[in-house]
Design a protein around this ligand. Structure first.
Ligand code: DLL
Length: 432
């Protein structure tokens, strides 16, 4: 793999601000944001009033802990536009989540927000090793999802050339990668595995593909998946994190030269990690739920937004901004099986570590009598010993994750393929 470390001096000066200057900037921006939401968003005014707080209460960054949290429910109850902090006419764009339960959550951006967003995605791309003039294949979905358009404007802002492919049409993705020869790809890691399968299906060697780096996010993925993709394509695989409520892709990015967690762009977002049960702020280094306060957004700022993503904060390394560890999962994705907590990423690690299995899997939850049970659907590679693979995976899940489960071997292609964000868990408990 090529060395893609950014040249010294090519970074945005904000990325290496002294901590003291960064924190002073954060406090100024935090206070402006609080004034703005208190004056313009009835939900925030009501919450602050109920807690006996005004924007003036906050005189230090530590005072943030006095403010109430914002949740996805608050956004749902404000559907569609009540969280906007500017008149609707000043909103230049809306995005929305798919809304698996009930109404989608809607987010709105002013032109200034979109401008900052493009700057931050450009910053992420640079950290990932992309340079002005490079060709970049964007396979995040375009539309209400923030992935496609968010990445698109950042690629343009960096001065790179964007191929706005969007998701789907896997054979076409491979054709364009081979013909246009992009240096970088932006896509979910699970969909990258479909592209890998299509390469092999077309009889092409993925290791000779032109890609030098993949910028993968929008879903949890493991170091084992990184190794799988890096080896298969002979390319770097780095992590990009974000969520619509806070902005979209580009809230945090892993640097290609260190791959040591994701630097959170703290000049725009103030992170906290809390105990998900008590809401208490945890010290850096302790794992808990990630919470964000936006510092520069004008269209729809969020104050102490509970992401449900589980991670921990760590000091910066090649940037002064703090890092977050790769997200292990969302609290809502956690499966509780006979008292043991299981995340789909733990199963992903075990599947990828089992020789003889293709890197595709899906977890199915069923009822066996009164008890919940877990089935893991996998695909043994043709020509191998399917029974031995099943047994070895079952044993690894029992020994390392700590739960018993059934392993179901599907024919090649039998496990559902991701079209964007992978559907890792299918809950059939009400059907069994
Ligand atoms: O997924 C934004 C995005 C697009 C990020 C493209 C990166 C690349 P939402 O659809 O609102 O936004 O989903 C946000 O996805 O709270 C996490 O649970 C999960 N997520 C996003 N990035 C990562 C990541 C976009 N790198 C939700 N690792 C978040 C783990 C991630 N989970």
């Amino acid at each position: 793999m090529k060395d893609l470390t950014p040249a010294p001096g090519s970074l945005d000066p904000a990325e290496t601000l002294d901590r003291a200057d960064l924190e002073a900037l954060q406090l100024t921006r935090l206070r402006q944001t609080l004034q703005h939401v208190y004056a313009n968003v009835p939900l925030y005014r009501a919450k602050f009033d109920a807690a006996g707080i005004t924007p003036e209460t906050v005189t230090t960054l530590a005072d943030l802990a006095k403010l109430p949290f914002t949740t996805k429910d608050d956004l749902r109850q404000s559907y569609p536009f009540d969280m906007f902090a500017v008149p609707r006419e000043r909103i230049a764009r809306v995005h929305a989540s798919s809304g698996t339960t009930g109404k989608p959550t809607v987010v709105g951006y002013t032109a200034e927000d979109i401008d900052h967003w493009a700057d931050l995605v450009a910053r992420c791309l640079r950290a990932a090793g992309v340079r002005p003039g490079d060709l970049v294949h964007n396979a995040y979905g375009y539309g209400l999802f923030t992935g496609g358009l968010g990445a698109h404007y950042g690629i343009e802002r960096l001065g790179a050339t964007v191929i706005p492919m969007s998701g789907g049409q896997t054979a076409r993705q491979v054709q364009l990668i081979e013909d246009f020869r992009p240096k970088a790809i932006l896509v979910t890691p699970s969909y990258m595995l479909n592209i890998l399968e299509e390469y092999r299906h077309q009889g092409l060697d993925p290791r000779t593909c032109p890609l030098e780096v993949g910028i993968f996010g929008a879903e949890p993925w493991t170091p084992a998946m990184r190794a799988e993709i890096e080896t298969a394509f002979d390319m770097h695989a780095v992590d990009i994190y974000g969520l619509s409520e806070v902005m979209g892709p580009g809230v945090a990015q892993e640097c290609v030269d260190t791959k040591d967690g994701l630097h959170i762009w703290e000049d725009h977002f103030l992170p906290e990690v809390i105990d998900p049960k008590t809401g208490a702020v945890l010290p850096d280094g302790k794992e808990g739920e990630l919470v964000f306060t936006t510092l520069t957004k004008t269209g729809m700022p969020v104050i102490r937004y509970r992401t449900r993503d589980l991670t921990r904060l760590m000091p910066g390394t090649v940037r002064t901004h703090r890092r977050m560890q790769k997200v292990t999962g969302r609290s809502d994705d956690m499966i509780i099986l006979r008292g043991v907590n299981v995340f789909p990423t733990q199963i992903e690690e075990r599947v990828l570590a089992t020789p003889g299995l293709a890197p595709y899997f899906q977890i199915e939850l069923v009822k066996q009598g009164q008890m919940d049970a877990m089935r893991v659907h996998v695909e043994p590679l043709p020509g191998g010993d399917a029974e031995a693979c099943k047994q070895s995976l079952q044993k690894a899940i029992k020994d390392i994750v700590g739960v018993s489960c059934d392993i179901i071997a599907a024919d090649p292609g039998g496990v559902e393929r991701s079209q964007g964000k992978a559907r890792r868990v299918v809950d059939n408990r009400s059907k069994s």
